[in-house]
Design a protein around this ligand. Structure first.
Ligand SMILES: *[C@@H]1O[C@H](CO)[C@@H](O)[C@H](O)[C@H]1NC(C)=O
Ligand SMILES: *[C@@H]1O[C@H](CO)[C@@H](O)[C@H](O)[C@H]1NC(C)=O
Ligand SMILES: *[C@@H]1O[C@H](CO)[C@@H](O)[C@H](O)[C@H]1NC(C)=O
Ligand SMILES: *[C@@H]1O[C@H](CO)[C@@H](O)[C@H](O)[C@H]1NC(C)=O
Ligand SMILES: *[C@@H]1O[C@H](CO)[C@@H](O)[C@H](O)[C@H]1NC(C)=O
Ligand SMILES: *[C@@H]1O[C@H](CO)[C@@H](O)[C@H](O)[C@H]1NC(C)=O
Ligand SMILES: *[C@@H]1O[C@H](CO)[C@@H](O)[C@H](O)[C@H]1NC(C)=O
Ligand SMILES: *[C@@H]1O[C@H](CO)[C@@H](O)[C@H](O)[C@H]1NC(C)=O
Ligand SMILES: *[C@@H]1O[C@H](CO)[C@@H](O)[C@H](O)[C@H]1NC(C)=O
Ligand SMILES: *[C@@H]1O[C@H](CO)[C@@H](O)[C@H](O)[C@H]1NC(C)=O
Ligand SMILES: *[C@@H]1O[C@H](CO)[C@@H](O)[C@H](O)[C@H]1NC(C)=O
Ligand SMILES: CC(=O)N[C@H]1CO[C@H](CO)[C@@H](O)[C@@H]1O
Length: 425
């Protein structure tokens, strides 16, 4: 009974997806049933990188769902907006997805696009209007699903978002109204969520998110940016595990995220693991970078005053949605690490670059002692570990930020194979 939504929506002939039987966690034994749902092999496609990573560059046959990003919220509840030239690109995206039996979705919000979620769902009248806005948007673009990437309900994200203590309950009320709508009922509805459940009015993570579980098809747990330039030390961008890390370095991981969400009532088969095709760079003095015998430290201090420039998709000047210059992001996409000489084109570490695979987070680090740049990132080995974890934990699948970050599908092929997806022949 719990999975009727998923079953109805995913009864598409996704032949290249693997299926596992899941035991639906119905509290009523007589209603308990084993259901089979198709696993999710997905990624976000960032519209603003389309010049470089074109729609023809997408490996459509390896995905079940692709999520065009982003449509952003507006001060008016009666519209959402696409970024730049997306209004021309999105119809082509949808058409190519359909031709390839991929479910086309659009993500609404994002770090820079969540400014007005709070007001758009802030009253029953607005929720009704916002349901109309997003369902008309889905119909206009022939979308089969919507992803809500509100960063974050009840918590200030980028710095200029509207925020209310009632955001999370208003979000749920909105999703319920959307699900009750005849068009919304037929859409795949997902949310991209932080590694601990959304905050309630008291500022703490919800301990019971069953209302969201009943309404959404699944959540994408954004297990990345767990460490970055905002921290005091370097750390893994996307740790698989952190329960094995020193207590002060337990900032979250796939393992702790799945534990937190399932404890609050999200079944594992409604959890998709968000994975990253990029890493974060830090300027680390040689004396701090290396502990002994050329072994790299996992949590060294870094120069917070000087953020290295990332790859060709980074910029010395980045003006965010609040109008603030945030400087370089320091992000290196996986292809950018090859471009920058940190990795060979086959994804292995280049000659003269120090490397460590951190056994707790199960993620790699590289260090260039000539430039003092350290990068914590993901590679084929760490993606295989995450794929194995998805399979062994019965998670629904993975969602990669972002499709264009990979190089020759090195990461995508690794996680697909480890999670049990089979390639078409
Ligand atoms: C099964 O679930 C339905 C819907 O929640 C409920 O109305 C019904 O009473 C349940 N049946 C039993 C025998 O528990
Ligand atoms: C569900 O499947 C498992 C494993 O195949 C089996 O042990 C269990 O009895 C099944 N439960 C129901 C309610 O069919
Ligand atoms: C996209 O495809 C073109 C043509 O095959 C290729 O030259 C280019 O390198 C690809 N770009 C990326 C980012 O993969
Ligand atoms: C929403 O915005 C689009 C693009 O700017 C515009 O074409 C459309 O008319 C707007 N719709 C409403 C209901 O305002
Ligand atoms: C909009 O596009 C610009 C680049 O043109 C990009 O930097 C920005 O992140 C995008 N914003 C959103 C919210 O998609
Ligand atoms: C409802 O939406 C309008 C904008 O369309 C906004 O001005 C207003 O503050 C919203 N109401 C609430 C209670 O958030
Ligand atoms: C939050 O919701 C409660 C209960 O509905 C209401 O009493 C309160 O005024 C709301 N607070 C805000 C800031 O909207
Ligand atoms: C529901 O969605 C499916 C697949 O996207 C479509 O074929 C069908 O016509 C839709 N039904 C309604 C009532 O919109
Ligand atoms: C995470 O670390 C704990 C030890 O703290 C270990 O028992 C567990 O197996 C690890 N899980 C994974 C998926 O690596
Ligand atoms: C980098 O930032 C500058 C100044 O804001 C801007 O003019 C330029 O277009 C940006 N370059 C890229 C590639 O985004
Ligand atoms: C990766 O490429 C490098 C440089 O060409 C080569 O030395 C190495 O053997 C390759 N490794 C694998 C596993 O193919
Ligand atoms: C301008 C730009 O962003 N170029 C990049 C496009 O992507 C390739 C990798 O696929 C990079 O090598 C380019 O630097």
């Amino acid at each position: 009974m719990l999975s009727l939504l998923s079953l109805g929506l995913l009864a598409l002939p996704v032949t290249h997806a693997t299926s596992f039987p899941f035991h639906a966690r119905d509290t009523s034994a007589t209603n308990a049933t084993n259901v089979t749902v198709d696993m999710v092999s997905s990624a976000w496609y960032a519209g603003w990188h389309a010049d470089n990573f074109t729609l023809n560059n997408v490996s459509w046959d390896k995905y079940t769902h692709l999520i065009y990003s982003f449509a952003t919220t507006l001060p008016t509840v009666s519209n959402i907006t696409l970024n730049g030239s997306d209004a021309i690109l999105l119809p082509r995206f949808v058409q190519m997805a359909q031709e390839n039996d991929v479910v086309p979705m659009v993500s609404i919000g994002g770090w820079g696009g969540s400014q007005f979620f709070s007001s758009n769902v802030g009253s029953e009248e607005n929720r009704t209007a916002f349901v109309k806005t997003v369902t008309e948007f889905a119909q206009n673009y022939n979308l089969s699903g919507l992803d809500f990437d509100w960063e974050y309900p009840g918590v200030q994200g980028i710095g200029c978002n509207v925020v209310s203590v009632n955001d999370t309950s208003n979000f749920l009320a909105f999703l319920q109204a959307l699900r009750a709508d005849p068009i919304g009922a037929n859409l795949t509805l997902t949310a991209s969520a932080p590694i601990t459940p959304w905050k309630g009015a008291n500022g703490s993570s919800l301990t019971n998110i069953s209302g969201f579980a009943d309404t959404l098809d699944w959540v994408n747990l954004m297990n990345y940016d767990i460490w970055g330039s905002w921290d005091k030390t370097v750390g893994p961008n996307s740790p698989l595990n952190d329960t094995c890390a020193p207590a002060v370095d337990q900032q979250g991981s796939a393992v702790s995220a799945v534990a937190a969400w399932t404890a609050a009532g999200m079944p594992t088969y409604q959890i998709v693991l968000g994975v990253a095709s990029y890493g974060h760079s830090f300027l680390v003095a040689a004396a701090d970078a290396v502990i002994s015998d050329n072994v790299l430290a996992s949590y060294p201090v870094f120069n917070q005053g000087e953020q290295p420039l990332g790859d060709a998709w980074d910029n010395l000047t980045n003006i965010d949605a609040c109008g603030v210059n945030t400087g370089p992001s320091g992000v290196f996409d996986f292809w950018g690490m090859i471009d920058g000489g940190y990795l060979f084109p086959n994804g292995t570490v280049a000659a003269g670059v120090d490397y460590r695979y951190d056994e707790c987070s199960q993620t790699p680090y590289v260090y260039n002692c000539r430039t003092d740049v350290m990068i914590s990132y993901d590679n084929a080995e760490s993606f295989a570990a995450k794929g194995k974890y998805i399979a062994s934990t019965n998670l629904r699948g993975f969602a990669m930020w972002e499709a264009g970050g990979d190089y020759n599908d090195i990461l995508l092929d690794s996680i697909r194979s480890a999670a049990g997806f089979e390639d078409d022949c």
